[in-house]
Design a protein around this ligand. Structure first.
Ligand SMILES: NC(=O)c1ccc[n+]([C@@H]2O[C@H](COP(=O)([O-])OP(=O)(O)OC[C@H]3O[C@@H](n4cnc5c(N)ncnc54)[C@H](OP(=O)(O)O)[C@@H]3O)[C@@H](O)[C@H]2O)c1
Length: 506
């Protein structure tokens, strides 16, 4: 390894960078770190698409520059950096050439030497065509622009492309031809290109000519993704399509690339400020359920929760780009914590449960602690509770009808009570569905992602730049992180309509 350190500041001063997905949870923190610590960068190009009649420019102003995580950073940034050194381009990664015009491509050629593709669809089981658009067509289109511009490509994927797993997932597993049920390197059953062609044909067949698929067609597309992912051993459509995206990139001759695979990205440890979190998709529903006092959990005690704070992920993405530009990158950077500093589901749930009951004497009596169980036991327990609720509901309905017939008082209150029981039953089934969706992560598998490459990359920076781009998962104090950064972060920034469904007390 060379003895001189790599300079992030110097590298970014010399190279123009194109970023996709900059308005997402991870992308905004990447932008915040660049503006806060490396505002001497040469030039940033940002790809954004319009949405629901809102133009990319309006989205950039409102959703990016004015977002809570960026607002304070923007306020202390020299306005000239924003006006002179950031160019916003309208585009869509799922379109050929990312939707860039020939003029834009010509303008960027010879200028942009790095593309950071953060764009992706982070939904576990959407209709498969939607997942393909962002995660497969997107990877293909971005790699083709990278080739045209002769730029390096940092592609953000996910650790969970490994699919079903039981223990350590190494970083040097060959990417091309990988599928979770592969029987060794000589097993050539999975070819990404053939799989993509097959799926595109199936999607066309199911969608037909309709511009917008109806409910039934969407369900068919959802089922197709789930079935195809499961067949090869991926736990959902998301990880299957992310793996396909990686494989297209890794099989492209002559492309300079590195693949960055975060584990589950959650609240910021420090930057731009502790507890910044957005989206409420990955761990948030689980945290919400724990925060609302759910006691019975279908989780494995020995399975680590592979979570990584968003600021460390953003720092690692920047590092990977700088290492690539300096010709020193690894092929894959897994960004996870359990190989050095594991934290287990059982612990996390107990910590959050403790936060929930600690200030409430009544709750301490009725909620005497978390019970860990298998999904089968949890399901039969859920079914029993639902049956009991149905019996109560029927009884209440009978009494209410009797009260109405006899013109007795209290019918209104009984109707209200009945509605509450129905609501609780509905919420219970939503919770059960959520737990089932998470079962591959909570119970069926055990993931520990080797994250050596980023540690080695981080060590190549000066001490000062290491602080600006922190990668120190071994220093995270998990109890503090889960009960303050994550819990308070979710309460402040996420809790709302999307998580209300999980929020009744058992
Ligand atoms: N969050 C996690 O826990 C996690 C974990 C591991 C890996 N990752 C990966 O990290 C990346 C960012 O995730 P995130 O959590 O920041 O997700 P996010 O908040 O949903 O952001 C996704 C971004 O991708 C953009 N995008 C999606 N499809 C696009 C398209 N066709 N054209 C242009 N832009 C498109 C979105 O733009 P619009 O607003 O226009 O849709 C948005 O900016 C993803 O690639 C994801 O797979 C995330």
């Amino acid at each position: 390894m060379p003895s001189t350190r790599i300079s992030v500041a110097d590298t970014l001063r010399d190279h123009e960078v194109l970023i996709t997905g900059a308005n997402g949870f991870v992308g905004k923190v990447v932008l915040a770190l660049l503006l806060d610590h490396f505002s001497d960068f040469k030039h940033l190009h940002i790809l954004m698409r319009g949405k629901r009649g809102v133009s990319p420019r309006e989205r950039f102003e409102k959703d990016v520059l004015s977002a809570p995580c960026l607002k304070p950073v923007v306020a202390r940034t020299d306005p000239a950096v924003l006006t002179d050194k950031i160019t916003l381009h309208t585009g869509d990664v799922s379109a050929p050439n990312c939707g860039f015009s020939d003029e834009t491509i010509a303008m960027m050629k010879g200028r942009v030497s790095l593309i950071v593709n953060i764009a992706g669809l982070v939904e576990f089981t959407p209709p498969v065509d939607e997942s393909f658009r962002s995660n497969v067509d997107g990877a293909e289109s971005v790699l083709s622009v990278a080739k045209t511009l002769d730029a390096g490509l940092v592609h953000v994927s996910t650790c969970f492309v490994c699919g079903e797993s039981e223990g350590l997932v190494e970083e040097d597993e060959p990417i091309v031809g990988y599928y979770p049920r592969r029987k060794g390197q000589s097993d050539n059953a999975f070819r990404a290109r053939d799989e993509v062609d097959y799926m595109r044909a199936r999607i066309r067949e199911i969608r037909g000519t309709a511009m917008t698929p109806d409910k039934e067609t969407k369900q068919k597309l959802t089922d197709l993704g789930v079935q195809r992912a499961k067949q090869w051993g991926w736990v959902n459509t998301y990880t299957y399509t992310k793996s396909l995206g990686e494989q297209l990139i890794a099989s492209e001759p002559g492309l300079r690339y590195t693949i960055v695979r975060p584990a589950i990205v959650e609240a910021a440890l420090e930057l731009p400020f502790p507890g910044w979190v957005e989206g409420g998709r990955t761990a948030a529903p689980l945290v919400m359920m724990a925060m609302q006092g759910l006691r019975h959990w279908p989780v494995r005690e020995d399975a680590p929760m592979e979570v990584v704070p968003v600021d460390q992920v953003a720092a690692a993405i920047i590092m990977a780009g700088v290492l690539l530009l300096n010709g020193e990158s690894a092929e894959v950077y897994q960004l996870a914590t359990a190989d050095r500093n594991p934290v287990y589901f059982g612990q996390i749930i107990r910590w959050i449960n403790h936060e929930y009951i600690k200030d409430n004497k009544k709750l301490r009596i009725f909620n005497p602690g978390v019970v860990v169980m298998s999904p089968e036991v949890a399901k039969s327990r859920g079914a029993m509770v639902s049956r009991k609720l149905a019996t109560i509901y029927e009884f209440l309905t009978d009494v209410r009808q009797f009260a109405q017939q006899k013109k007795l008082p209290g019918a209104k209150r009984l109707a209200k009570l009945g509605n509450n029981i129905r609501m609780i039953t509905r919420q219970l089934s939503i919770r059960e569905a959520a737990l089932e969706l998470y079962q591959p992560f909570l119970y069926d598998n055990r993931f520990i992602f080797e994250s050596e490459n980023i540690r080695a990359g981080h060590a190549r920076l000066s001490e000062d730049e290491q602080k600006k781009l922190p990668w120190w998962p071994e220093r995270i104090r998990w109890r503090q992180y889960w009960t303050v950064n994550e819990l308070r972060g979710i309460q402040k920034w996420v809790e709302g309509e999307s998580t209300k469904a999980y929020s009744f007390k058992l």
